[in-house]
Write a protein that binds this ligand. Structure first.
Ligand code: AMP
Length: 400
């Protein structure tokens, strides 16, 4: 079986073609700057193997539909084609928000569209683009099942006392305001991988999963199911991120409005795009922050400290949620690559049975690895996430 996985963003499309017979990646591609004067398409067939071929096209790409068609042409036609169009058995789409209705992956049917369109208000930056990609693919692949995999689905097991905000109840009933979380596909994938690596059923494991990239979130996973997560109604709540504030006092909005005369849209923009690491030190890439810390930049050090302190605080709260923690898993850009952030996050948690082995932590690798000492009660792991493979697996499981 061959699965095309599509992650359609506001001005980009990422895709992978995966051969499920051995879960190998046949093609990866990225379409960027859709709708701008000049767009680009970069594609690699058989990436990372000795058969790898890279193709780069620069030309205006007016719409997502055009970008997707160009990508399919590369995959299925021309000199570097890897398969015919009718060999693609299913298309899987990443969708950020599924709300309460879409708590499992679905094969799209025509009658779903009103409910799917409803979800757009929960993630106005992401869902219209995600669902638009699914519409484009439906036209390009008539008769091929289109599976939607929702980032929020894994978090739908969170109990009401953890997903409710203490707001007037009608805001939940009428406006659907509650915690939905995000990055669920990644949290679920690394939780399952951790269980597999430790040789235990995930249903018997309590885990804290830390997805830390440009966006960052954490989940408490109890007996294999999500019990709580740090992102909320939107992906703004929780940990300190590249440009997103994470948790702030909700009264900050009114305070800024009164003191700086800012309107709600401007404040929202600041919290999403001008805050987090960038707000604290002017840089949002952790590699730049480390370089600045080395040169003695105090603000960069502060940004690092605020970020690792916030994450540690969440670990503490999730220990209380779970009661017993079997493992902590770090994943995503920072989680997988940054030994300093990992070490500083866990620092001080030794009395709770969490001990990092500095040597294991310092090893750079693309493989999953345990980084805790042999006598650490809680296993600490670095497990590379693979959201595309997770989506492909869900898609295949559903159509089978
Ligand atoms: P992601 O959103 O998962 O793609 O993660 C992107 C972020 O990971 C970047 O903005 C960097 O802050 C961080 N990152 C990527 N590579 C490294 C690295 N080698 N060391 C530290 N941070 C890294």
């Amino acid at each position: 079986m061959k699965v095309l996985v599509i992650n359609s963003g506001s001005s980009s499309i990422k895709y992978q073609l995966i051969d499920m017979s051995d879960e190998s990646v046949m093609v990866t591609g990225l379409v960027e700057r859709i709708g701008e004067d000049m767009g680009s398409l970069t594609s690699k067939t058989f990436p990372g193997t000795d058969r790898e071929v890279k193709t780069e096209i620069e030309k205006p790409i007016p719409t997502h539909g055009v970008g997707l068609e160009m990508s399919i042409d590369l995959i299925c036609k021309g000199e570097n084609a890897v398969c015919a169009m009718d060999e693609i058995d299913v298309v899987g789409h990443r969708v950020v928000a599924g709300g309460e209705k879409f708590n499992v992956p679905v094969v799209i049917t025509e009658d779903m569209w009103p409910d799917l369109t409803e979800t757009e208000r929960l993630a106005p930056l992401h869902n219209p683009a995600n669902l638009g990609g699914a519409k484009d693919a439906t036209k390009l692949f008539p008769g091929v099942p289109q599976v939607l995999v929702f980032d929020t689905a894994f978090h739908q097991t969170i109990p009401p006392h953890a997903f409710m905000y203490a707001l007037p109840y009608e805001y939940y009933e009428e406006d659907h305001i509650r915690r939905y979380g995000a990055h669920g596909t990644s949290h679920k994938y690394v939780a399952n991988e951790c269980a597999r690596l430790m040789g235990k059923p995930v249903e018997e494991m309590n885990l804290i999963t830390i997805h830390m990239g440009n966006g960052a979130s954490m989940s408490a996973v109890k007996n294999g199911l999500c019990a709580d997560t740090s992102m909320g109604l939107t992906p703004l709540e929780g940990l300190v991120m590249g440009t997103r504030s994470g948790d702030v006092d909700p009264a900050v909005h009114n305070y800024l409005a009164v003191n700086r005369g800012l309107d709600i849209a401007a404040i929202d923009n600041i919290l999403h795009k001008e805050s987090g690491l960038k707000g604290l030190c002017g840089m949002n890439d952790m590699r730049d922050i480390h370089a600045a810390v080395e040169k003695g930049d105090e603000r960069a050090k502060l940004a690092l400290n605020v970020q690792t302190y916030r994450t540690r605080k969440y670990i503490g709260s999730y220990m209380a949620v779970l009661g017993r923690v079997d493992a902590i898993v770090f994943t995503a850009g920072i989680g997988e690559n940054d030994d300093i952030v990992r070490a500083e996050t866990i620092e001080g948690l030794e009395p709770f049975g969490m001990k990092i082995d500095p040597e294991a932590n310092g090893i750079r690798s693309k493989e999953a690895r345990r980084i805790s000492t042999a006598d650490s009660d809680v296993a600490i792991w670095v497990i590379p996430t693979n959201e595309e493979l997770a989506i492909a697996r869900e898609a295949v499981a559903l159509i089978k």
